[in-house]
Write a new protein. Structure first.
Lengths: 357, 139, 379
């Protein structure tokens, strides 16, 4: 059953245009007839809408988000819902959150939101929560348990220090390479909530966790980091199929730690270098990852994009829709038990633009 | 008219009086460890300035800053310049590409090559890439 | 007889070794399975100009790709069989040898593949299939003789593959460098361009942001990156209806409709651009970057011929990929397109620079050129 799904997904256009491709009855056959366990959703992240003044915003980031919305709306059949992975705004200003939500309102269908640090630190999430509700929650959908965490909190002392202004605190967190930064974490309260939340579901239930920070420890200098990653992973360990989807890093990453598959998503705004490009310090990129192509700064949409997730038999396959690059597909491989890139995983298939240095 | 005769005592006094400025002697090729330390500090003052400019100090209208795409100056690769730069259509040194970024993503005005801010930016960028082998021309 | 052999010698003389390139161009890529010979080129030339290869006997390649009109037809969209119009502007044959795909949407990989499509398109050649073409050839002794000389085959073995190879060979000789721009940048002749053109060159590689798609490199310039971009032309036709248009297109494609016919006969489908070929949602409305050499001779401009003059084109780009500054942006517009904030002087200079890309060999072939280019005479 999942093998048929994979072949269908791999075809030109794949699951993106299944309905446009076949009469309805043939879809049932292609999906193996059950249809129940299989569904798709779109994932857009990291738009970093930046307010300049008045009603002027940075064009580049606006266009990135508009592009993702336009392309997502092409999907046929429509994905079950859209997830937004965090950092709507650049500095958490109401103007930025409003402008971003206005663009996202163009999406057809329901959208779920994840908190990003750029949304949070100017007012500790006050405005975001007013517009969008709780910053951590869970729900079930077609047999899959969805969990959303706010994983960009940090030490209480740092958050509640005597700052000159909320914007001052925000600017500290906004600077990626800030030597005076503070590490991200999920924190005790949420881990306790998560533990209780997971008690309600069976070990066979697939779990998909949404987080802005990686729930791994990749590079602390740029906060590609979650301080209590091990504790969170321990809570997820008992379950058969767990997938963690995160934003924040603005690049392709994927990893497998025990039973948990990890996938980073692209930003709609701009790409970030891989931490290994910083020659002065060590970092820990997941070895599995075949990097995205190096960006050409002339094309504002280069190395940016959005994602289309195909959930089948509890595993997640991702297609990265990249406006200026060859699209990428990273699928869960049953045989090896971890994600692989459909085209580029083998060393012999890798291409020069994927070589970063 | 008194002629300026060679006066060893006067010369010795001259050397003593100007001892601080010309420590090590009056020969150009004799610079001291103190000189080197002082010049290093001069360099580091510009490095500090460069870090500031790189992180929002250009004060361009659209607020986009270099570090947003290049944290710690990564993905700039000063060790590969001069090289063929697609966006300029020719082989170019690093400062021309820095200007390309200032004009395009930062939507601001180019800096003259010898502007102190351009120098400061190059100092910061190169410093963050110190120790990496030169590979001019590498894409 | 004498005239033709003179023409052949002249051709060889012009193209030197048949592979060397004029000033400002790289060597012409020649595929291993279709080497150039003078006879093949001459055969291709004849086939290119033969109007018998159409349903009404009036349409040849040269109908839409007229050497005297910059190898285009100077129409917004081309007119073929029975004066039927298509949806797209005829690209020039000049320097098509340097393209890595053919047609505005790149649906054919090479010149050999390209020439086979128009004869069997209902609004171009109007033929059902290629049979008539082969019949005409096989019943023409001059053709069968030539095919025999070129390919060493008997008349009954002549196929469309041979026809396509000969036409491609001819097209590969239509390369044009040696323009005032080439002499200025690569010939170190500071006086080769006017002051305005020189200022225009600065805009082209600077504020105008042209050079990243219309490439100029250190030792040569083909003025195309061979990629596909949505720059916002004609997109209004399907703005707000992209989803339905894409879905409708895919349903018809799956049912067996020919992409070539669909995009040339249906204006809304044509706007899908590269998406029609790759089905990649990130390529909706994307079209191939044409070369700018001889651009002054190939008006009107863009895939739908909607921009009449070079000044219109410059305005379009200056507005950020819009005809009027008040038009909305397409959601699918390329990240390379943005408002340029050029002033009137810069815009005028840029237009002048584009005129400096006209090559003497193209001028010789183009009767209209002398009136419009104002190009500096190169001896």
């Amino acid at each position: 059953m999942s093998e048929i799904n994979r072949r269908n997904f791999l075809k030109k256009g794949g699951a993106l245009f299944a309905a446009g491709a076949l009469p309805v009855s043939m879809i049932d056959v292609a999906m193996g007839g059950t249809g129940e366990d299989d569904f798709t959703f779109a994932y857009i992240s990291d738009s970093h809408i930046t307010h300049i003044k008045g009603n002027k915003f940075v064009n580049n980031w606006d266009h990135g988000l508009k592009r993702a919305v336009a392309e997502t709306n092409l999907m046929d059949p429509k994905p079950d819902f859209v997830f937004y992975g965090g950092d709507i705004a650049q500095l958490g200003k109401p103007e930025e959150i409003d402008h971003g939500l206005e663009i996202l309102s163009g999406l057809h269908g329901k959208t779920h939101y994840v908190m990003g640090e750029h949304d949070y630190y100017v007012d500790l999430g006050d405005y975001w929560k007013k517009q969008l509700g709780p910053d951590y929650y869970s729900f079930d959908h077609k047999g899959v348990h969805f969990v959303v965490l706010n994983s960009i909190l940090t030490h209480e002392a740092w958050m509640h220090k005597k700052w000159d202004s909320g914007m001052d605190r925000m600017l500290q967190m906004a600077r990626l390479d800030n030597p005076e930064g503070s590490p991200f974490m999920v924190g005790d309260a949420q881990r306790e909530w998560l533990s209780k939340d997971l008690e309600k579901i069976s070990k066979e239930t697939p779990v998909i966790v949404f987080s802005h920070s990686p729930l791994q420890k990749i590079y602390k200098g740029w906060n590609f980091w979650t301080d209590d990653a091990e504790e969170v992973q321990a809570l997820l360990k008992p379950f058969n199929k767990v997938t963690v989807l995160y934003g924040h890093v603005h690049q392709i990453q994927y990893n497998q730690i025990g039973n948990i598959s990890f996938h980073a998503v692209m930003a709609t705004a701009w790409p970030w270098p891989y931490p290994s490009s910083y020659s002065q310090v060590e970092s820990h990129m997941p070895k599995l990852t075949i990097p995205m192509n190096r960006a050409d700064p002339f094309f504002e949409r280069d190395a940016t994009g959005w994602q289309f997730m195909n959930v089948h038999t509890g595993n997640v396959d991702i297609e990265y829709l990249l406006p200026n690059n060859q699209n990428r597909k990273v699928s869960f491989d049953e045989k090896s038990g971890h994600p692989i890139d459909e085209t580029f995983q083998a060393v012999a298939n890798q291409i020069t633009p994927q070589k970063h240095y | 008219m008194k002629s300026i005769a060679f006066n060893p005592k006067a010369l010795a006094k001259l050397v003593v009086v100007t001892g601080v400025a010309f420590s090590g002697g009056v020969f150009a090729d004799n610079f001291s460890d103190e000189d080197v330390q002082r010049w290093q500090a001069e360099y580091e003052s510009v490095l500090k300035e460069g870090e500031k400019i790189f992180h929002g100090g250009l004060k361009n209208a659209n607020t986009v800053s270099c570090d947003q795409c290049h944290p710690n100056g990564t993905n700039i690769h000063p060790e590969t310049y001069p090289k063929f730069q697609q966006q300029l259509g020719k082989v170019a040194p690093m400062w021309e590409m820095i200007n390309w970024c200032i004009i395009n993503p930062l939507e601001s005005d180019a800096l003259p090559a010898d502007d102190p801010r351009m120098t400061a930016l190059q100092v910061y960028i190169t410093h963050e890439r110190r120790g990496v082998e030169l590979i001019p021309g590498k894409h | 007889m004498l005239q033709r052999s003179c023409a052949v010698i002249l051709l060889v003389g012009l193209t030197g070794s048949l592979q060397a390139a004029p000033l400002g161009l790289p060597p012409v890529p020649i595929p291993a399975d279709n080497p150039q010979t003078p006879e093949k080129i001459e055969l291709g030339d004849r086939l290119f100009h033969d109007a018998r290869f159409s349903a009404d006997g009036k349409v040849s390649c040269a109908t839409c790709h007229d050497a005297e009109k910059g190898f285009t037809d100077n129409l917004p969209v081309s007119k073929g069989f029975n004066d039927l119009t298509g949806t797209r502007n005829a690209p020039t044959v000049w320097n098509s040898a340097y393209m890595t795909s053919m047609f505005w949407d790149g649906r054919e990989p090479d010149l050999e593949g390209q020439s086979m499509q128009p004869p069997i398109n209902p609004v171009e050649g109007g033929l059902e299939n290629h049979d008539l073409i082969l019949e005409v050839i096989k019943s023409d002794a001059q053709y069968t003789g030539a095919f025999n000389t070129v390919f060493n085959i008997a008349a009954d073995k002549i196929s469309m593959d041979h026809v396509a190879k000969a036409i491609a060979s001819f097209e590969r000789t239509q390369v044009s460098g040696d323009s005032p721009f080439d002499h200025y940048l690569y010939g170190q002749d500071a006086a080769a361009m006017t002051e305005s053109q020189i200022r225009g060159h600065v805009v082209f590689v600077g504020q105008g942001r042209c050079v990243s798609c219309h490439t100029i490199e250190q030792t040569q310039a083909i003025f195309t990156d061979n990629r596909f971009h949505n720059i916002g032309v004609g997109f209004k036709r399907i703005q707000g209806k992209e989803s339905e248009t894409a879905a409708e297109f895919l349903v018809s494609k799956r049912a067996g409709a020919d992409v070539d016919i669909t995009v040339l006969t249906q204006a809304n489908m044509s706007e899908l651009g590269r998406f029609a070929v790759t089905e990649n949602p990130t390529e909706v409305g994307a079209f191939k970057t044409p070369s700018l050499r001889n651009i002054d001779l190939t008006a009107p401009y863009m895939h739908d011929g909607s921009l009449e003059t070079l000044a219109d084109v410059v305005d379009f780009y200056n507005n950020g990929g819009r005809v009027k500054e008040t038009d909305p942006f397409s959601g699918f517009i390329s990240g390379g397109i943005r408002k340029l904030n050029l002033d009137d002087q810069q815009k005028a200079d840029l237009v002048e620079f584009l005129k400096a890309l006209t090559s003497p060999v193209a001028v010789v072939k183009n009767k209209q050129a002398a009136l419009t280019t104002g190009t500096k005479e190169i001896k």
